[in-house]
Design a protein around this ligand. Structure first.
Ligand SMILES: [Fe+2]
Length: 434
């Protein structure tokens, strides 16, 4: 048994450890003396919250959008809405966000843990049985648990002062996904991130974003889903096991690669205000003319970049689902089926795929309540042609679609990315060659 003073000493040394990692400023793995969180307690919390969200969420998503559309205070309109949905704000409760095969689920609730799952192992067996890759996150989850809030405070107390205007929060990640569902990304609004692995083995893949910015094609890395292997700049890789914590500074592009079901919790610190370096990486600064930097900027995960864009996207998402929530099993387009298979339309002509022009000229592609941002201005026109086609077609072989729409501007992998997105959003159905 550990006595209370021993526990206090461990907590103090863990707080020192996190501060030392941040001070060194380079990605690194370490082991805590005593984690304030473990699989059992965290699963109990997500099961309780998941059961609640399952009961209430069916209409909640649309209610939330409606609130956004109607009640967002005028005073907030000029600010960049860069923190994204679900990020904790004072007085705001958190919500689980779910991903299936890289697409955001419009309603994660049917797949969340509930009283039917006696343990995390039972829940992950259920996920595996669904035959899909599902991942969930819950930023700000400490809002519903005193134990989590106290644990967070004890870990970061050498990193922040109680009086400082700095946002810190926990973000739990769980599921049976093989790598971070939204691909390699930068969170430029993070100053420090620590990920504590509670279950499963995970590997952090990361790249210094300023090194990436020097590449002609940083997009070869950003957004791609590891482990694809063939990167123009090889990642730094850090294998971790339960009980270990992996640190990375906010300017590192990153993705987690997992070996099966996993549960982990990130400890995130945001700066009181953005440093010039973070501002460079954030979408808020639209004036940078350097192409590489522009590409980097455009894939940073801070979209939508303004409240007006957010409102337009929300409206289009509402339009695209005709006021209905779409859930349920979605067809998949895997790498092999993608070339030799066929695609057929599942589009209700009343709710076509939309291409929405955002304020900085980029396009948001919206289908069945999901959205996907297109950050390459050169191929916008060709992309619109492809979407027009998809809104009108009934079925086709994938090779015909490729033959018709691949161009010097819209590459093969771009056309496949759009097909994958539309498949994941249930706008088209893909089948392998028979
Ligand atoms: Fe991240």
């Amino acid at each position: 048994m550990t006595n209370p003073s021993e526990r206090e000493r461990e907590a103090a040394s863990d707080a020192e450890l996190l501060a030392a990692l941040a001070q060194r400023g380079a990605p690194q793995v370490a082991r805590l003396s005593h984690s304030p969180f473990d699989e059992g307690m965290l699963f109990e919390i997500i099961r309780r919250a998941g059961a609640l969200q399952r009961r209430h969420a069916r209409r909640k998503y649309l209610v939330g959008l409606e609130r956004l559309l109607q009640r967002f205070p005028e005073a907030e309109r000029s600010r960049d809405w860069s923190s994204g949905p679900g990020t904790s704000k004072p007085g705001q409760s958190f919500e689980f966000i779910g991903y299936r095969d890289g697409a955001t689920l419009i309603d994660a609730s049917p797949y969340l843990p509930s009283d039917a799952h006696a343990s995390f192992a039972a829940y992950t067996a259920y996920l595996e049985g669904l035959g899909a890759s599902l991942g969930f996150q819950a930023p700000g989850i400490e809002a519903i648990s005193q134990d989590l809030a106290v644990g967070l405070r004890s870990l970061i107390k050498r990193l922040t002062k109680p009086t400082e205007l700095r946002k810190s929060y926990l973000n739990v990640f769980f599921g049976n996904y093989r790598s971070t569902p939204f691909g390699v990304h930068v969170d430029p609004h993070h100053e420090h991130a620590f990920h504590l692995v509670l279950s499963g083995s995970k590997e952090l893949w990361c790249w210094d974003a300023f090194e990436l910015a020097k590449l002609a094609e940083p997009s070869q890395v950003l957004g791609s889903v590891p482990p694809s292997g063939d990167y123009s700049l090889q990642p730094l890789r850090f294998a971790t096991e339960p009980g270990q914590v992996v640190y990375w500074p906010g300017h590192f592009a990153h993705s987690m690669v997992t070996q099966g079901p996993s549960l982990g919790v990130s400890i995130v610190l945001e700066p009181p205000e953005l440093s010039p370096e973070q501002a460079f990486l954030s979408i808020g600064l639209a004036d940078c003319q350097d192409t590489a930097a522009l590409r980097l900027r455009s894939v940073a995960r801070v979209a939508p970049r303004s409240i007006d864009d957010a409102i337009e996207i929300a409206r289009a998402r509402c339009r695209s689902i005709g006021g209905l929530i779409s859930v349920g099993p979605l067809a998949e387009l895997d790498a092999d089926a993608s070339v030799s298979g066929t695609v057929e339309s599942r589009i209700d002509p009343e709710f076509p795929i939309e291409a929405l022009e955002l304020s900085d000229g980029e396009l948001a592609v919206i289908a069945n309540g999901h959205h996907f941002e297109w950050n390459d201005p050169d191929s916008k026109h060709d992309l619109r042609r492809l979407l027009d086609y998809l809104n009108g077609f009934s079925s086709s072989s994938v090779s015909q679609v490729l033959g018709r729409f691949v161009s010097a501007r819209l590459e093969r992998r771009d056309v496949l990315a759009i097909l994958r997105f539309c498949t994941a959003a249930a706008a088209i159905r893909a089948s392998a060659a028979s």
